[in-house]
Design a protein. Structure first.
Lengths: 221, 147
């Protein structure tokens, strides 16, 4: 009975891959659970053995992750990958002269594309402040990750931009035009004007803050 | 060092909300279903273990809907419905004709495995076939009330 169902144990173990545990360990947990299933199986109950074993094996696999504090580690792993993506993005932008694709980030960090997407998504859920706090103040992670110009991307905001652009120095004005009028990414702007994407991010943030304050002063209550 | 994360943006979907995702019925795109399932699970307040169960279950749901049909020209439509006590997910394969002939043993075994996995991960599940569409569904209740 055990030999016949080893394939089942293997298949179920594979369903739990990508959670940071090696397949061999998972197969071992599943195989031990299979042996337990045989011991506990009561034919007189009229239940199919494979169905009974599947439940037991999945239960044991879940317990395995629970016992190892997986939920805590999973959350930390996502944060770590998010941080790693920041470094990888920066490196790849330098190497490629453009923003990397998800596939390139996955390759650079040794993760699956799905894991990268998840980390990016989950990363939005953590306040940038807590990430920046752990970093060098002159080189905040959010500046490197920063392809988004938060709170200034709505149509309404952009409509307000045009009349106040003139108050900025020519270089900053030109960067804002490239970003919001021509639609270039921060990386593309960086290549065009010969500075790092990080620097573009900082200049944009400072200019936008300046404009935001100006618009705020001009705006009626 | 990473600062303690502040969980934000959770529980932003609540009773009566519905999310629909449609994509070409291809195995390599099931990743879309899993990603949406985890985003929704997080937003209705499931914990990370329940979220992982749902990711796994949604993959099996898609497999169940895909098996037994010629899905080359079909679409998979996933519908996530949030109610006060549970998250309901249904997966419908539309526009694909059921494959003619008897289903082979391998496919039956695969179906069976998916069903057994769903049995272990969610509270209720099922599959129906009507008018050329295959619909597989599941219900996962939360330990506490939903947001």
């Amino acid at each position: 009975m055990i030999t016949e169902n080893l394939g089942l144990a293997h298949q179920l173990a594979r369903r739990f891959l990508h959670r940071g545990e090696p397949l061999d360990d998972l197969v071992q947990v599943a195989s031990v659970a299979l042996v337990k299933s045989v011991d506990r199986f009561d034919e007189s109950r009229g239940v199919d053995f494979a169905a009974f074993a599947t439940r037991t094996i999945i239960g044991e696999l879940k317990r395995h992750f629970r016992d190892k504090g997986w939920a805590v580690r999973a959350s930390r792993r996502v944060q770590e990958l998010y941080l790693e993506l920041g470094h990888a993005t920066s490196t790849l932008v330098q190497q490629l002269g453009r923003s990397p694709t998800v596939a390139e980030l996955a390759q650079a960090t040794g993760s699956s594309e799905e894991a990268v997407l998840e980390a990016i998504e989950a990363g939005q859920g953590y306040r940038a402040a807590s990430i920046d706090a752990a970093e060098n103040e002159d080189d905040p992670l959010s500046a490197r990750m920063g392809e988004r110009d938060a709170h200034f991307d709505s149509v309404e905001d952009r409509a307000l931009l045009a009349p106040v652009l003139d108050m900025l120095p020519p270089r900053e004005r030109s960067i804002l035009r490239m970003r919001f009028v021509q639609g270039l990414t921060q990386s593309e702007i960086a290549v065009t004007i010969g500075v790092s994407q990080m620097h573009v991010s900082r200049l944009l943030a400072a200019s936008l803050e300046q404009l935001r304050q100006h618009i705020g002063q001009e705006s009626p209550e | 060092m990473i600062g303690e994360p502040e969980a934000v943006g959770t529980e932003t979907l609540g009773d009566g909300d519905r999310v629909v995702l449609t994509f070409p019925a291809r195995g390599d795109l099931v990743v879309l279903a899993r990603l949406v399932a985890s985003a929704i699970s997080a937003r209705v307040g499931f914990d990370i273990e329940e979220l992982e169960d749902l990711r796994l279950a949604v993959g099996e749901l898609c497999l169940l809907a895909l098996q037994g049909s010629d899905a080359r020209h079909g679409d998979l439509q996933l519908e996530f419905t949030i109610s006060g006590e549970a998250l309901d997910i249904s997966c419908t394969l539309g526009g694909a004709a059921p494959q003619s002939g008897s289903r082979d043993e391998d496919r039956n075994a695969a179906d069976e495995l998916s069903e057994q996995i769903l049995y272990a991960l969610v509270d209720e599940h099922g599959r129906e076939q009507e008018d050329g569409s295959v619909r597989a569904w599941l219900r996962k209740r939360r330990k506490g009330p939903l947001a």
